[in-house]
Every structure is written in structure tokens, then in C-alpha cells.
Design a protein around this ligand. Structure first.
Ligand code: PMP
Length: 439
């Protein structure tokens, strides 16, 4: 049966009122505030498998999955057991411990070009450290990024960023010194000519190009055939490093992330990779890694400093390891099947309702843009009818389906999305499509 939840959510609203008194905007990460879609953000109390339950006791099929980490669904029994066992042995030692070795081994075994990794606690730390390392290794300072790609809230990577920055239509962030922003060149995604021109002009100054392996932070915008290959070719020609940010795609698009689907590239592999989300299983664990000669520049071996009190935390690494160990071929097959079913039904219903739309996919990650025609870069992504998304979102929410509260985010699936959960989403689509048509 389809849920019919009212727009008002009194228990969540009461929590929001308390939160607003002590936290800016009432949230600890901006997109959670529902600013782009309006209404009361739902305060969740529990999650099991494909479902979340909010403070008002309403149940939702979760298509956010904590923005990616919960690939096995919420409170997966094997991960819960690993976490409980690890926590029973102590929470943090501030020394090396075995779980972090095992997690590093698992990552190195999966992603062929990654010879060594350093564990950190968030995707932001991973990209921040990777670009510092690239600068230290090359002795250069300029970083190239692509508009609409989000790499965390690193000062020099906040220029024309996706995710929350896109959701709120912010050009950039206040508080980033202009000297810092001047060290970042922002180029349109999927435009090799623009890349070649930038390297022709400033090639000797460029330390690295950082790219989302397959962007998901302006909605899903996969690389055009040959684009990533071109990034590798041009960076190699100019002695710059290529950093592939797989925080979102890593261990989600395949066992070896996006690289597992698209690599190896004829022009060679990326030098550095960043990971997060899935590899932490819902706990704060992330990583950067790659070529051993580059990684050897890191302290304590080399002059590039990087550290963390909680880096390699035994509970977080236990969660990440258990999650990766349960990411079997069957898990990836299930994600593909569910993505096939949902994208087909979404396209059908929006089509029937006469809503202009395009659905784009990278492995099991997908999103819908409310416009006609393929989206290849950030300008295209912004050129959509955002009010249609808001109407669609609220209709889905009232029918018990939890989507990302922004038109610029990927939808995430888990292997726990069984047929019953998928059927609930399917049942909600027709009404949501007609709301989008009316917006
Ligand atoms: N890189 C990418 C591609 C991401 O999607 C994100 C987060 N959505 C980050 C980096 C930053 O990760 P975190 O939020 O863990 O700092």
C-alpha cells in the first residue's frame, strides 16, 4: 500500500527547532536542510535494510543511502557484528592496528593501479591530502578542476563546485582567499579542447588535474568516451599528475569502482585515487592512494606532511572492511537490476505525464534532469526546470520514498533494495510524475 504522509512532520519540526538554536541552519551538512525543495527536513531515528524511519514514525524507502556509503543497506548484520566486535576491543588506540592493514590490502587488491594507500576520515581530507601530495611531488602549485565536480570543502577545490554548492547556486564559497582560488583553474567538463588550451598556456605550473571518476555531484554526468583517456594523455605530456576522485563511485560502480568499468586507459592509469563513502561502511573512513613512488613522498618517509588522530580508526575500518568483503558480484548484479528497473519506470512515467526529462547513468548511479537533451557539463545541468524536481521530490516523500533533496545529486541504491522496496518506489512514480508536470 502507498503511504500518504502529510507535508507537516511535527516531531521532525520540533527537533529542527531545537537544532536551529544551536546549529547554523539546524543541520551539520547544508543539503540536509531541504532549502532547495522546501519543507521540514526529516530527522531519522533508525534504518534497516532499504528503509529509514523518521521521528514521526514514518517509514521511507531510502534512495539516498547516506549519500552512498550504505551499499549493503542499513544495519547490515555482518557489518553490525564487525563493528560491535571491534568496539568491544576499544574505540581508538592512536597506534597502528590490524584492521587498517586489512582495509588497505582490500583496496590495493581491488584497484589495480593503487599500490599504496593512506587512510583518513573523510572524502574532503582525502582530496585535500591528494592535491597537497601532487603539489609536493611535482613542485608545482596550480590545480585544474572541472565545473560541477565536487571534491569536498577543500579551499582550493570549492570553485564552481557541485553538490550543495550547486544546490544553493553559490558561485564559490566566501572565506576562500583569492590567492588560493587563483591557484585553481576551472574548466568545463567533457571538453578536451579547453584542457589542451589551459595546458598550452600554463602547463609548466600545473601540479595536477583532479576529476570525479564519473561525476555525480551535478547529477550524474558520465565522461564522454575518450575524455578520461584524454586527461591522462595531456597530463602525462606536461608532467602533471591525474587524480581520480572515486569517493562516490569507488566500490559502488563496480568492485574496483569506476576504474573497474572504464580502465585501464591506453594512455595509462591515474596517478592518484581518492576513496570514501562505501569503504567506510557508514563510518568515517576514507583514503587516498596510488603510485608507490608518489606515495613515498608522504611523512614519515618524505616531506609532505599529513596526519590524523582518528585515521585508520579500528571501528571505522572494521565497518569498511566488512562492507567491502560483502560487496560480492551478486551485490553489484542486484544494484544493476534495481537501477535498470527504476530508470525504465521513471522514464516511462515522466514520459506519460509529458514531463521533459533525461535520465543519466553511471553503473548503478543515476539521476534525472528535468530538461530535454543530454547533459554533458555543469551549464547543461543547471539548465533544467528545478521546480519540477521539488514537486516530484515532495510527492515521493509523501508516498514514503526518500530521495536526495536536490536536483543536482545522484540517487543511490543498495543491495538490500528487494522487490518489495522497489515496488513501493514504482507505485509512487505516477503521482510524482503528474506533480512534476504541473510544476
Ligand atoms: N569527492 C566526491 C566525489 C564526493 O562525492 C564527496 C562527498 N559527496 C567528497 C569528495 C567529499 O567527501 P566527504 O563528504 O566525506 O568529505
Amino acid at each position: 500500500s502507498i503511504a500518504a504522509y502529510p507535508m507537516e512532520a511535527p516531531a521532525s519540526q520540533a527537533l529542527l527547532d531545537r537544532a536551529l538554536a544551536v546549529t547554523p541552519g539546524g543541520v551539520n551538512s547544508p543539503v540536509r536542510a531541504f532549502r532547495a525543495v522546501g519543507g521540514t527536513p526529516r530527522f531519522m531515528v533508525s534504518g534497516h535494510g532499504p528503509y529509514l524511519r523518521d521521528a514521526d514514525g514514518r517509514e521511507y524507502v531510502d534512495l539516498v543511502c547516506s549519500w552512498g556509503p550504505m551499499i549493503l543497506g542499513h544495519a547490515h548484520p555482518a557489518v553490525l557484528e564487525a563493528v560491535t566486535t571491534a568496539a568491544g576491543r576499544g574505540f581508538s588506540f592512536g597506534t597502528p592496528s590490524e584492521n587498517e592493514v586489512a582495509l588497505a590490502e582490500e583496496i590495493v587488491a581491488r584497484v589495480e593501479p593503487v599500490e599504496q594507500v593512506r587512510l583518513v576520515s573523510s572524502g574532503t581530507e582525502a582530496t585535500m591530502s591528494a592535491i597537497r601530495l601532487a603539489r609536493g611531488f611535482t613542485g608545482r602549485s596550480v590545480i585544474v578542476k572541472f565545473a560541477g565536480c565536487y571534491h569536498g570543502h577543500v579551499d582550493s577545490l570549492l570553485a564552481a563546485a557541485g553538490s550543495g554548492v550547486a544546490t544553493f547556486a553559490l558561485p564559490d564559497s566566501a572565506g576562500v582567499p583569492k590567492e588560493m582560488a587563483a591557484e585553481t583553474i576551472v574548466l568545463p567538463y567533457n571538453d578536451l579542447a579547453a584542457l589542451e588550451a589551459a595546458f598550452a598556456e600554463r602547463g609548466q605550473e600545473i601540479a595536477a588535474v583532479i576529476t570525479e571518476a564519473s561525476p555525480g555531484n551535478m547529477g550524474v554526468v558520465p565522461p564522454a568516451p575518450g575524455f578520461t583517456e584524454g586527461l591522462r594523455r595531456v597530463t602525462t605530456e606536461h608532467g602533471a599528475l591525474l587524480v581520480s576522485d572515486e569517493v562516490m563511485t569507488g566500490f559502488r560502480c563496480s568492485a574496483a569502482g569506476w576504474y573497474g568499468l572504464e580502465g585501464p586507459y591506453a594512455a595509462g592509469a591515474p596517478d592518484l585515487f581518492t576513496f570514501g563513502k562505501v569503504m567506510g561502511g557508514g563510518f568515517p573512513a576514507a583514503a587516498f592512494g596510488g603510485r608507490a613512488d608518489v606515495m613515498a613522498m608522504l611523512a614519515p618517509l618524505g616531506p609532505v606532511y599529513q596526519a590524523g588522530t582518528l585515521s585508520g580508526n579500528p571501528v571505522a575500518t572494521a565497518a569498511g572492511l566488512a562492507t567491502l568483503q560483502h560487496c560480492t558480484p551478486e551485490v553489484y548484479d542486484r544494484l544493476t537490476t534495481v537501477a535498470d528497473t527504476l530508470t525504465a519506470a521513471l522514464g516511462d512515467e515522466l514520459g506519460k505525464a509529458g514531463v521533459p526529462h533525461v535520465i543519466q547513468r553511471a553503473g548503478s548511479m543515476f539521476s534525472v534532469f528535468f530538461r530535454e537533451g543530454a547533459v554533458v557539463n555543469y551549464d547543461d545541468a543547471k539548465d533544467q526546470h528545478v521546480p519540477a524536481f521539488a514537486a516530484f521530490f515532495h510527492s515521493m516523500l509523501s508516498q514514503g520514498v526518500h530521495l536526495p533533496p536536490s536536483a543536482f545529486e545522484a540517487w543511490f541504491l543498495s543491495a538490500a533494495h528487494d522487490d518489495a522496496a522497489v515496488d513501493r518506489v514504482l507505485a509512487a512514480l505516477p503521482a510524482a510524475a503528474s506533480e512534476a508536470a504541473a510544476a
